[in-house]
Design a binder for this molecule. Structure first.
Ligand SMILES: [Zn+2]
Length: 314
């Protein structure tokens, strides 16, 4: 029996899943904590296995400078309808020193810099380095465990869809705590293990993303994890992008067999005629804002598929 990595209570097996995006071999048992609702992959990887997994399926070595688009956020009613504030970077004030952990090629850094921030990024994929250098962005290669920053250095640290990928989330959060100034904030976004989508879509739920998502938090397990790392919780919000439901519907319809890469996520083969028509049909629902209405409904009930967590270091 493997216990919950967050609260150490007993956990039971809930799903037996495979990589339904890139076709990485193997099946993985997912367990859920009986007490806090936290979900996790039963046998976590070694760092070497994780590095191999990401190099095979997540590399950005083909990313071109011309593909770079700084993030842009819609405001007002449209912004609310889209669920724009589901991303951690949206909560960063102007004129602060900010670190984006898992920054990719640095799209958010350009946004923060345009708002008077001193923006830094941290990324494990060293392929992003040449993009960062060409654009004058400050990106360090590594993880929070190996970061080069001084203690008490940042006003704000963001981790957008990152904490679910790390094998020891509490240790990672403790590293963030060290380099944050007293009174500073960490902002996280991550899937919700008790979101409505999991119940409705079952094993085809988009946020399982096995085996890349090692830990899927509930509000309760998130609170325990961040408090164990030393933080004070300001808010845990249910806030989800309407785009996710669009991706989710395509994922449900085009769900691949084990070992086969998904045509939608991997882009490894041309689309079949019927697949294109399915995607068009779903796109129409999205353009008619049906996905938006459903997403806003569940977020208003507090049971959306994504959480935004605002933390403070006292
Ligand atoms: Zn637990």
């Amino acid at each position: 029996m493997t216990d919950c990595p967050i609260c150490n209570s007993p956990a039971h097996a809930v799903e037996e899943l495979y990589d339904d995006r890139f076709g990485h071999p193997g099946r993985y048992s997912i367990r859920q904590c009986d007490r806090c609702g936290h979900c996790f992959v039963e046998k976590p990887f070694t760092s070497e296995e994780l590095a191999r997994l990401y190099t095979s399926h997540y590399q950005r070595s083909h990313f071109e400078l011309s593909d770079f688009t700084p993030v842009k956020k819609a405001g007002g009613f449209i912004g609310w309808l889209n669920g724009e504030n589901q991303a951690a970077y949206c909560w960063v004030p102007r004129d602060v020193r900010v670190l984006d952990v898992g920054c990719g090629v640095g799209e958010t850094l350009a946004y923060h810099a345009s708002r008077g921030c001193r923006a830094y990024g941290l990324e494990v994929d060293e392929n992003v380095k040449h993009i960062a250098d060409s654009l004058g962005l400050t990106i360090a290669i590594g993880t929070l465990e190996s970061n080069p920053f001084e203690p008490d250095f940042f006003d704000v640290i963001t981790m957008d869809q990152v904490v679910e990928h790390v094998s020891e989330p509490v240790s990672t959060l403790k590293e963030a705590f060290k380099i944050l100034k007293p009174g500073g904030r960490v902002i996280l976004s991550t899937p919700n293990s008790r979101g409505w989508g999991r119940t409705v879509f079952g094993r085809r739920w988009i946020n399982w993303h096995t085996p890349y998502h090692l830990n899927i938090f509930s509000k309760k397990s998130m609170r325990t994890a961040v408090e164990n790392a030393g933080f004070e919780v300001e808010k845990i919000l249910s806030l989800t992008s309407a785009n996710w439901l669009y991706f989710q519907l395509i994922h449900v319809v085009l769900y691949p067999a084990q070992g086969i890469p998904s045509v939608y996520w991997s882009k490894e083969r041309p689309w079949k005629f019927w697949e294109l028509w399915m995607r068009r049909g779903i796109k129409i629902l999205h353009l008619l804002k049906m996905t938006h209405a459903v997403t806003r409904f569940w977020d208003l009930l507090g049971a959306g598929d994504n959480m935004v967590i605002l933390l403070r270091k006292k």
